[in-house]
Design a protein around this ligand. Sequence first.
Ligand SMILES: [Zn+2]
Length: 379
Amino acid sequence: MIPWTVTLTRVRGIEIKVHATFVLILIWAAYYWGADTDAGARGIAFGVVATLLLFLCVTLHELGHAIMAQHYGIEVRDITLLPIGGVARLEVPENPKQELWIALAGPAVNVVIAALLIAVGAALQATSVVSPGNLVDSMRDAEWNGLLPYLTLANLYLVVFNAIPAFPLDGGRVLRALLAMRMDYRRATAIAVSIGHGSALLLGLLGFATANFFLIVIAIFVWFGASGEGQQVAVNSVLGGATVGQVMIRQPQVLFPTDPLSRAVGLTLSTAQSDFPVIDGNERVVGLLTMDDLLRGLQETPGSPVGTVMHRQFPTAHPDEAIVDVQARLAESRLRAIPIVAADGRLDGFLTAGDIGEAFRILSVRPQIIARGPATTNR
Ligand SMILES: [Zn+2]
């Protein structure tokens, strides 16, 4: 999970979370409409309410993606609200048609919201969206009747902004999906990543030209988002169908909870391992001792056994799982190694980030070499 987040609610099994830095955007809004205009307390209230409603629309946008993904049977882990927008964490399908519809579902929600708000505005004869000049004035005055047009414009802005063809914005996904319908997925991604980098540069320059700090932050976010997307596709296509069982350490050094820390020190220095699965008398995994646990133990409680300093909460994997899936789990847990557990619950092996790196380097050179199966099996 992303650190520094709080879960707000749960919709269709999807956790809606908010990041601690989200408070910054509320403070900024309170300042922008409060201290910076002469509206005072009313301005502060307007800024906070307008921003909360805007992020409600952002959440609905992300739910649009999430529910479309669920429709295709794709698991959605959570939606996190950040000051620069929302992020729905879901497995991006390597199916262009599905990716296209999932990408379009988010902005479609904002189109619907904008249409509803325009209809409500027309019915109430509120400030017309057709005259943005008046709107900007009424917004700066923090007039409550400016709220409706503000939200209408904000939703239209979300649609236009997401049309920029750059990962991780929806436009980037739409572009990749459209390209992937005509060419190889990797090549489509490479082109989309280049266009993403170009768009990020333009966005950043525009940010500097207009002294818009948000645009610059978003440009940086888009640049690294595009790079990350490209790398992930490269890794997935190289590691492809390789399974954990093919690259894991088959007979790792293990520790027992009652072992003294000095035994872990000895193993760390005399073997290639620096993290260890901890097992009980029945070979069941009960813990994971990382290098950090060991160092902390040596510093704080040098006389205590392994069981008191090891991780008790940690992910595990099965030998027949795809490496790319386990790698994601490992990255998320921020650990460098994961115990591999057989169907009967006993320790079967150990997989480290280093093993995955080795497999990636070997498979980059000889794509078929591991897919044929492990060189030595003791079965
Ligand atoms: Zn989106």
